[in-house]
Design a protein around this ligand. Structure first.
Ligand code: LMR
Length: 401
């Protein structure tokens, strides 16, 4: 049965982590996969998560029963509210289902789109998170791209993006990074979002927001949901809005696989039908989603004390990352490393699209034990006060080489 299989390349981001983990050089720095590290380079369990876990462990009612197929309903509703805000959230028009984090939400969304219309074209930003392509391709959808990034100026290609929206088949699905664009760290300005979403409304396209970094761009949940809320204002009366939400980063629950898929439909009429489709799909794929992380997340979203601590935690993470951006840029400027490094500070979220070439990235890894994605994306969360100067010096050396 499997004799004809060829070996496929390993996942690029997880392969970086494996190589870095296996590297015995003590000075190694992992700027590969997007996972928050504290100033000691260690994974960080958020204080709000610790509080929630303590509560959970002391709660005599907890058990390990199955969840319903759609997962934790309280979490689904609260999760939708942090995206849409309590004012825009309409329960009768919103379908929320718990998923295996953002990847799972995207996968289920892709399957649902395919079920709705297998010929529907899906547009991804160029560049985008590498897994976007895998997910939509594995659902057999037709993939296209919209220009996003101008390498020469390190700015957004808004004209190219708008032209693509205009030329796309009516009703195309555009995958939009709600904030903290991965990999560029470059988000549209509020005016640019207006332009993009107006054009999408004009040509009757469908917005699929990937919200993996809410709270990471600005440290503020509401500010980081602005594009989604604007999209809701402009599009929700004419087409469904699909939102794929991850709690991996903003709650640091990476391994618990906690996220949600939300579909905001123009009318409440088809809500039950969408739920039934989702339910059948989920049941056949993984039956029902994990309970533990959902409980931990739900307590945080629904209780004031935990939620207030969470806001502080997000500020802690986003401000430390911002500080590292500033320090890395300042070191490069002080070293007079050829090029302009202002973009490192201007970009937001977990990543910086450094502009380093694949050859430079390779030399960073082989000579300096500094690991980042081949396209020059660095997870800024891997920097800390002990390694930022070393990383800057290493970048300086490979740029000069
Ligand atoms: C990343 O882009 O590094 C993260 O989203 C982790 C992942 O799953 O790829």
């Amino acid at each position: 049965l499997f004799e004809k299989f060829e070996a496929l390349p390993p996942d690029a981001l997880f392969a970086i982590k494996a190589r870095c983990d296996a590297d015995a050089r003590p000075q190694k720095v992992d700027l590969g996969i997007g996972a928050y590290r504290d100033n000691n380079g260690k994974p960080w369990v958020l204080p709000s998560v610790k509080m929630s876990e303590l509560q959970y462990s002391q709660d005599p009612s907890h058990n390990h029963e199955y969840q319903p197929i759609a997962g934790n309903a309280v979490l689904g509703e609260d999760a939708a509210k942090i995206l849409l805000g309590v004012d825009l959230y309409e329960k009768d028009k919103t379908v929320s289902t718990q998923t295996l984090s953002g990847t799972g939400a995207l996968h289920v969304a892709a399957q649902l789109i395919y079920k709705g219309d297998p010929t529907r074209e899906v547009y991804l930003s160029n560049p985008t998170w590498a897994n976007h392509r895998n997910i939509f391709e594995s659902s057999h959808l037709q993939l296209k791209t919209y220009p996003y990034w101008k390498e020469d100026t390190k700015t957004l290609d808004i004209d190219g993006w708008l032209k693509t929206i205009e030329a796309a088949k009516k009703g195309s699905v555009f995958v939009l990074h709600a904030c903290a664009h991965n990999p560029t760290g470059m988000d549209p300005t509020p005016e640019e979002w207006e332009q993009v979403l107006d054009a999408m409304a004009k040509y009757h396209h469908i917005a699929l927001f990937d919200s993996a970094y809410q709270g990471f761009a600005s440290g503020d949940l509401d500010r980081d949901a602005k594009a989604i809320r604007l999209g809701h204002a402009k599009l929700s009366k004419q087409s469904p809005i699909i939102i794929c939400q991850s709690f991996s980063k903003n709650l640091g629950l990476y391994g618990e696989r906690i996220g949600c898929l939300h579909i905001v439909n123009p009318t409440s009429a088809s809500k039950a039908n969408i739920i039934s489709q989702l339910s059948t799909l989920t049941r056949s794929e993984y039956s029902n989603p994990p309970a533990y992380g959902a409980d931990i997340a739900s307590r945080i979203l629904s209780q004031h004390e935990l939620r207030d601590q969470w806001y502080i935690d997000m500020k802690t993470m986003s401000s430390r990352i911002y500080k590292m951006r500033v320090e890395l840029r300042n070191h490069l400027v002080a070293l007079k490393t050829p090029g302009n490094w202002d973009h490192i500070e201007k970009q937001c979220g977990m990543f910086s699209f450094t502009g380093l070439t694949p050859e430079m990235v390779e030399r960073l890894e082989t000579k300096h034990a500094v690991y980042m994605a081949k396209n020059g994306r660095a997870s800024v969360a891997g920097l800390n006060t002990s390694n930022v100067e070393y990383v800057a010096k290493s970048i300086d050396e490979v740029v000069h080489f």
